[in-house]
Design a protein around this ligand. Sequence first.
Ligand SMILES: *Cc1c(COP(=O)(O)O)cnc(C)c1O
Length: 392
Amino acid sequence: MSIFTVPPAAAIGAPISDIDTPALLLDLDAFERNLDELQARADAAGMALRPHGKAHKCPAVALAQIARGAVGICCQKVSEAIPFIEAGVRDIHISNEIASPGKARLLAQLACHARMSVCVDDLQQVDWLAAAVQEAGAELTVLVEIDIGHGRCGVADVDLMARIAARIQSLPRLSFGGLQAYHGTVQHVRLPGERQQIIDAANARIRQARARLESEGLPCAVVTGGGTGSADIDFASGVYTELQAGSYAFMDVDYSHNQPSGAGVSSFAHSLFLATRVMSRAAGTHAVLDAGLKSMSLESGMPQVWNAAQARPDAVLACTGVSDEHCTVGGAAEAASTAGATALSALPALGELVLLVPGHVDPTINLHDSLIGYRSGVVEAIWPIAARGLSR
Ligand SMILES: *Cc1c(COP(=O)(O)O)cnc(C)c1O
């Protein structure tokens, strides 16, 4: 036991101006509107919504999604599902393949407590799963993942797909659930016309795969896939039974670059912010925030200074550099031209709270222990990000 205590980052009922930084803030009004909106659109389309838990890793968020009508959640990793099951989530799809018999055994244990499903793209994985469910006395739904152009996991060959599906169906305690068809890269294609074109080609492959399975007496109860960037197209296509969107709850800088089509991504609002404070203005040309790579991920680009939080006009300040524990901020115009000095008066004051919109939600969330929910500037909830770090 240590004799020192780091004070909690926030206290329920306290103003967010009192928050200790860096910390992840959730604007509950914007978050709830995002959840309500996607659920309403799924309901209107007659599609199930199974939000992706990898985006939030937070049981309280999953329960809020399920309370609005989500059929369950997706997880990417088997161990990631555990905190959700412990919090009462009863239907979890592992939208991914497993890599070892040990992983199959853990999954079979979980399947004794919740309705679990998983993806395969190889007969070997089916054998691992079959042995594990036999040993655990569990039942498991197995979906064949097909590659519809993403070029990651998934079978591309329909003959092999049909052989795998038939093998699943023939084994005790396994049932063939249908198809997973996920196109990750299309989610971030910026122009709606281009997104539509790529998805049309992908959907033709899904229809062909489904028809082939039906002709062999293996109907697909579920066709699952899609994300925040493709949601509006997926609702209209009639190809999917279930949408797996994740980022829509929070929205990051990357998704804000997608151009909307119809009621597209732009109708979701930023709700997740990295709260930082100015720790130095000594240089006189820029401010330094107290959060860096250990608090946010940069692989999808720089965070955006949320000027609206300080009622600054849009794009007044921008992040100019990020290192392990520092983020430098200067005038957006200067940052763009790399010309240099921002007037000291334009910079946030030493100790001032500065909110950043993360470049990419999922890996940023994974760096934090809790989500601090606020409304009207007051902390209302502190939710553990319980699946943080569970990547096995
Ligand atoms: C990440 C992911 C999603 C969700 O994508 P978003 O872009 O966050 O909405 C859905 N399905 C699979 C398989 C994923 O990997």
